[in-house]
Design a protein around this ligand. Structure first.
Ligand code: SIN
Length: 530
């Protein structure tokens, strides 16, 4: 049994928020970053659009604030929106300091693109692979930093809580499975920072990578953290529809540069749904596409770029056009078949304006968190921005966090667990959850559908619980356990919202409640966490 590893700060996740935090916090302590696969297996690495910030001469902080509030549909925290927008330009400067190669125009200024819901061009980007470029630069900085230890192929199992030792709830690190060694390590930290991204894999169709299983949200909930607004799952309107294109996003920036949505007949339809047509808020566009697909029985709608200059399209979207071409779609000559897919979790672990949860010593930043910025629907490219702003604020705050931990920390024990001879349970449950979540708690909901999902998840969670305790853990069962809990929390949150607002649309309550409210869940009033 190995001795506990002691550090100042433990970061779980290696996307933009986790690595930015690690680099800043390393100025005043030692940092361990654990990441469950390769360090660039992150949602950040897959982000295409960019980072929204007020940098254009025709733009203003007030406009960015207003656009965020409008898309958030009455549920954003105005103070958080104002603060995040105000600190945006500074974070873009930091990206440049890391060496991120943001696109510049012929005039030498940063090139600003546009996306849905934005009234101005304000999204800085690197071609159509902004996330990949940010991930590259942040990883380079992280690897050069002697204060940071990056442990890949390490998946967190559970957070360590003083409540288990008879104390007040406080987090002092985590049990972490070293996947190669098959050994669970105990990592002790003054502050533990959840930066593990979202939970797109709860749905069968998603733009997210396989790692997006909601681990941070599930672990936080299990030790008593409040989670908020999990019913607001953002479905991206345009993911490539092709049997061989798993999860490939067709960036909203294509519509920002003039792309039009069409039916198979060639007819445009978005004018009927929103005055901004293709550039309306994401929830409206995704619902419109879902409706048109259901009405016509077609497999997809189409995103048409063929009226734009072919050289411009190839030059501005080199990655997307290459990927489409490899699948036989020349986007300069033919429209791209697209469908909506789960993309981003607008809710998460509830935090204050420096990323602190209600559990002492536990922080959440980036997509794992619920800061109040996104409300009921996130404005495009506000996510990387939020990740950076809150990473910087949390890094400042953790400086003085005091260490709280028991004198003797119990090592991980697998009890009487044996090697599994029934791994098929994991595969089948994984598949079932993702399919019924898509059908019953997807873009258009009803009470009946949500109740159906609820009875299924309860049965499955019982089965998963049994499996979890009977057999030795591996990353598959850890992820499934988390995924099932997050599915449960999404269902419970959706049940509690008796209105349609932003991304939560239910045929049973089509109107908005006059009094906006958050859906907060906690162990004492939510479902059990096992
Ligand atoms: C996109 O490029 O369409 C995604 C941007 C985002 O999710 O903010």
């Amino acid at each position: 049994m190995s001795e506990p590893i002691v550090t100042d700060y433990l970061v779980i996740g290696s996307g933009i928020a986790g690595l930015h935090f690690a680099n800043l916090a390393s100025a005043h302590g030692k940092v361990i970053v654990v990441t469950k696969k390769a360090p660039d297996d992150t949602n950040t690495n897959w982000a295409q659009g960019g980072v929204a910030a007020v940098l254009g001469d025709d733009d203003s902080l007030e406009r960015h604030v207003e656009d965020t509030l409008v898309v958030g549909d009455g549920l954003c925290n105005r103070a958080v929106v104002e603060m995040t927008v105000r600190e945006g330009p500074e974070q873009v400067r930091r990206l440049l300091e890391y060496g991120v190669r943001l696109a510049h125009g012929d005039d030498g200024k940063l090139d600003l693109t546009r996306e849905g819901g934005h009234s101005r061009r304000r999204v800085v980007h690197h071609e159509d692979i902004t996330g990949r470029e940010i991930q590259r630069a942040l990883l380079e900085a992280t690897r050069k930093n002697p204060q940071i230890t990056l442990l890949d192929d390490h998946i967190a199992v559970d957070l360590l809580s003083m409540a288990k030792y008879g104390g007040e709830p406080a987090c002092f690190g985590a049990y972490v499975l070293d996947r190669d060694a098959g050994e669970v390590k105990t990592i002790l930290a003054r502050a533990t920072v959840l930066a593990s991204g979202g939970a797109g894999k709860v749905y069968v169709y998603t733009s997210n990578p396989d790692v997006a299983t909601g681990d941070g949200i599930a672990m936080a909930y299990r030790i008593g953290a409040v989670v908020s607004n999990l019913e607001f799952v953002q479905f991206h309107p345009t993911v490539l529809f092709h049997p061989h294109a798993k999860s490939f996003l067709i960036s909203e920036a294509l519509r920002g540069e003039g792309g039009k949505l069409r039916l198979a007949s060639g007819e445009r339809f978005m004018d009927a749904y929103h005055p901004l047509a293709e550039l309306g808020p994401r929830d409206v566009v995704a619902r419109a596409i879902d409706n048109e697909i259901k009405k016509s029985g077609a497999d997809s709608v189409f995103l048409d770029m063929t009226h734009l200059d072919a050289d411009f399209v190839r030059g501005r979207f080199p990655n997307i056009s290459e990927r489409c071409l490899a699948l036989g779609i020349d986007m300069t000559k033919q429209p791209i078949p697209v469908v909506p897919a789960a993309h981003y979790m607008c809710g998460g672990v509830k935090v204050d304006d420096v990323g602190r949860t209600n559990i002492r010593g536990l922080y959440a930043i980036g997509e794992t968190s619920s800061t109040g910025l996104h409300g009921a629907c996130r404005l495009a490219s506000n996510s990387l921005l939020e990740g950076m702003v809150f990473a910087a604020r949390a890094a400042d705050d953790v400086r003085d966090v005091e260490s709280v931990r028991p004198r003797q920390v119990a090592p991980w024990s697998s009890g009487h667990a044996t090697d599994s001879n029934d791994a098929i349970v994991v595969t089948l449950n994984w598949d079932e959850i993702r399919r019924f979540m898509w059908s019953y708690v997807g873009i258009v909901r009803t009470d009946k559908r949500i109740d159906r999902a609820r009875s299924r998840i309860e049965l499955l969670r019982e089965e998963i619980k049994q499996y979890y305790w009977d057999f030795k853990i591996d990353s598959d069962i850890i992820e499934l356990r988390n995924l099932a809990l997050v599915a449960h929390l999404i269902i419970e949150s959706a049940r509690r919202r008796k209105e349609s607002r932003g991304l939560h649309y239910t045929l049973d309550y089509p109107d908005k409640d006059p009094a906006p409210h958050d859906t907060d869940l906690h162990l004492t009033d939510g479902p059990p966490a096992a």
